[in-house]
Design a protein around this ligand. Structure first.
Ligand SMILES: [Cu+2]
Length: 148
């Protein structure tokens, strides 16, 4: 009886995993949506990400943000990007990277860096840290979300 029961349990478990997979569940993304940051503009210098975020919400805990970027060359100069989580609202407003956390380096945007939102009602501040604030300030590469 013990063996049969164990087999039934295994079958039940396998079926559950299959059903969850069909429903779009994964350990990385939960039940949330996959959202490409910037849409078809991806993660680049000069696109207004705070406007994008405002137009693209609401975001939910469990949603996964996908940052897509790779080095590009402009007039012989290579332009890179990365992704930081900034420390506070003030740090966000000032593009200050003190006490910030690097989430993804310059090579992690290809094919895409995934960040799953977890906590509800707490803002998460994102920015590109290249150029000592240049990409964050002049490049508009910053936005925040408040997951619901
Ligand atoms: Cu950048």
């Amino acid at each position: 009886m013990g063996v049969m029961c164990a087999r039934r349990m295994t079958e039940f478990w396998a079926l559950s995993v299959l059903l969850l997979a069909m429903a779009g569940w994964s350990s990385a993304g939960g039940y949330g949506k996959m959202i490409v940051v910037g849409g078809k503009e991806h993660w680049r210098f000069g696109y207004n990400y705070s406007a994008w975020a405002e137009a693209s919400g609401p975001f939910h805990a469990g949603d996964t943000l996908v940052f897509i970027y790779k080095p590009s060359t402009f007039n012989g100069i290579t332009v890179n990007h990365n992704v930081y989580k900034l420390h506070s609202r003030k740090a966000y407003e000032q593009c200050s990277f003190a006490q910030s956390i690097i989430l993804a380096n310059t090579t992690q945007g290809d094919p895409g860096f995934h960040f799953t939102l977890t906590e509800r009602n707490r803002p998460v501040y994102f920015a590109c840290g290249i150029g000592e604030g240049l990409h964050c300030n002049e490049g508009l590469m910053k936005f925040y979300v408040v997951p619901r």
